[in-house]
Design a protein around this ligand. Structure first.
Ligand SMILES: Cc1cc2nc3c(=O)[nH]c(=O)nc-3n(C[C@H](O)[C@H](O)[C@H](O)COP(=O)(O)OP(=O)(O)OC[C@H]3O[C@@H](n4cnc5c(N)ncnc54)[C@H](O)[C@@H]3O)c2cc1C
Length: 495
């Protein structure tokens, strides 16, 4: 979605209120606000019908034992760690205990640095136990788009990192013997219009020349991949993979603790200050002195590091799990057991659960942030649109999490004011958060393999942006409206 965010920001900066193109660079601050307000007002009108409370009948989609917690937590709850006083002095303090923080801590602890991981909540409470478990290269921009910004060499290097992350995570899971239902059966990325199918086909041509495995599947053959006629064919990426997010998180946590690192849960870091020996981290349980600090807080970063706050766009993402389905039905819907997603601007992503008993279905179904009880029927309606056979299937779990986008749709890692960070995976961080976490740990240790193609990239912000994405409801409403119109047109409706 975020390639579109950047486009939108450019759009409001270069158009007048009537929507006509203006001269690039013409917008003044006052003009910016006028335009933004007008767009916001227009989109809020759309949002009223887009994110309101669902029709009363739709509450019937919730199962009797409905839960507002991630489905993954049933199988793999976060372990209750003993409450310990955090040590007063450590070599490395890692803030955030998700995939980024744990992979960084694994490197530093195994290198013999005393390492403390702190989390404001239970271990893995953030996105790392809430995601869809879909694994891709996590690089959203094309080589051409990146080359225009950074030159061809850097563009290829960034794509290479994405492919490395996608392969590396399987090695990690194998090497660490983490039992997390990892499988590499590929992804079906579905076109929501015939035009998108054509666009995917040309992109795949380029990707194949770059050595990426991919093949197109026509609409006529689509049911061999996915039990739906809602799409217009798509592309298969056979190297994409899947895992059980919470089992992966808990396995990593066990390895981190086994490596000698300490983990302090329910211990928010309130601020970080430079000190004579490194940094002082203030927590409700006392101050901690650390020679080095890694910030791994992603969508939950808040105000801890104001510089990051101005660069991270926190966005809610929503998922449901269905009640168990008959095995024949899940075999019809997911005959190849691949993960799936689509080309909508506000994408839907879905898969069978690891035991192939349920469908896990995610997407952003509202303009503003909403409660999982409200998102459940909205997601169910989209699920039933794509898979009409699931119209009467109820929702057993509905949950949300906060991902981090950047204004340039890229992940970012580096050092700012002496603090290491790795953030902004733009909703696709299972492999990339893990990989950049690992590289951040290596960089802190001064190892040359800790350098990545993401290092030293400019990390943009926008004027007047201080961490609250006031523009988001308008952007999401606008994109959802365009997606719907295109889907309706492609299906033969009027749109
Ligand atoms: C609903 C949803 C679906 C997703 N689906 C996919 C998917 O299918 N595939 C994919 O690749 N990616 C997906 N993602 C994204 C992916 O989960 C994330 O990119 C990844 O987990 C980020 O890991 P992280 O460790 O950087 O952050 P997180 O796992 O979010 O961890 C950050 C931690 O920092 C802690 N924290 C914050 N501030 C402080 C503080 N001041 N002091 C102490 N602790 C603090 C938080 O409590 C939190 O536990 C999804 C995300 C969501 C929410």
């Amino acid at each position: 979605m975020c390639r579109e965010l950047e486009y939108w920001l450019r759009y409001v900066c270069t158009r007048d209120v009537s929507g006509r193109p203006g001269k690039p660079g013409r917008a003044s601050c006052g003009g910016f606000f006028l335009v933004a307000t007008a767009h916001l007002r227009a989109a809020t009108e759309v949002a009223k019908t887009d994110s309101g409370i669902p029709a009363s009948g739709s509450r019937g989609v919730l199962a009797d034992n409905f839960k507002e917690t991630p489905y993954w937590w049933d199988d793999a709850p976060a372990p209750e760690l003993p409450v310990v006083e955090p040590p007063r002095i450590v070599d490395v303090a890692v803030v955030g205990s998700g995939y980024t923080g744990l992979n960084a801590a694994l490197e530093t602890a195994r290198a013999g640095r005393s390492t403390l991981v702190l989390d404001a909540e239970q271990a893995g409470w953030g996105c790392s136990t809430r995601n869809g478990g879909q694994i891709s290269t996590s690089v959203k921009l094309t080589v051409e788009q990146l080359a225009r910004r950074y030159g061809a060499e850097r563009a290829h290097a960034i794509h290479h990192e994405g492919r490395t992350a996608l392969e590396w995570i399987e090695d990690l899971v194998d090497r660490e013997a983490i039992d997390c239902d990892f499988h590499r059966k590929g992804r079906f990325h579905a076109a929501h219009t015939p035009e998108q199918f054509t666009a995917l086909a040309s992109r795949v041509e380029v990707q194949r020349r770059e050595g990426i495995e991919a093949h197109m599947v026509s609409r006529a053959e689509q049911r061999s991949e996915l039990g739906t006629d809602a799409y217009h064919g798509g592309v298969v990426y056979p190297r994409h993979a899947a895992l059980h997010p919470a089992k992966y998180q808990n396995g990593l946590l066990a390895r981190v603790i086994g490596s000698g690192a300490q983990v302090a849960t329910y211990c928010p870091v309130l601020d970080i200050e430079r000190s004579a020996v490194g940094f002082t981290l203030r927590t409700p349980h006392g101050a901690i002195t650390a020679r080095d600090v890694i910030v791994a807080t992603n969508g939950y970063s808040g105000a801890l590091v104001p510089w990051l706050r101005r660069r991270i766009i926190p966005i809610g993402s929503y998922v449901i799990a269905t009640e168990p389905l008959p095995s024949g039905l899940i075999d019809r819907l997911f005959p190849t057991d691949r993960i799936a997603s689509d080309t909508c601007r506000v994408i839907y992503y879905f898969r069978a659960s690891p035991d192939r008993s349920r469908v896990i279905f995610g997407g952003r179904v509202s303009a503003g942030e909403i409660d999982p009880r409200v998102s459940a029927p909205l997601l169910h309606a989209e699920l039933a649109r794509i898979f009409p056979e699931l119209r009467d299937t109820r929702v057993s779990h509905s949950w949300a999490g906060t991902v981090a986008y950047s204004f340039d749709s890229l992940a970012h890692t580096g050092i700012h004011d002496g603090i290491h960070y790795a953030v902004s995976y733009c909703g696709s961080g299972v492999s990339m958060a893990s990989y950049l976490g690992m590289r951040t740990g290596q960089r802190l240790l001064g190892r040359k393999e800790g350098r990545t193609a993401f290092d030293d990239l400019p990390f943009p912000t926008r004027p007047f942006y201080s961490g609250t994405p006031w523009f988001l409801p308008a952007v999401v409403a606008w994109y959802r409206w365009r997606d719907r119109r295109e889907c309706a047109r492609a299906a033969g409706g009027t749109g």
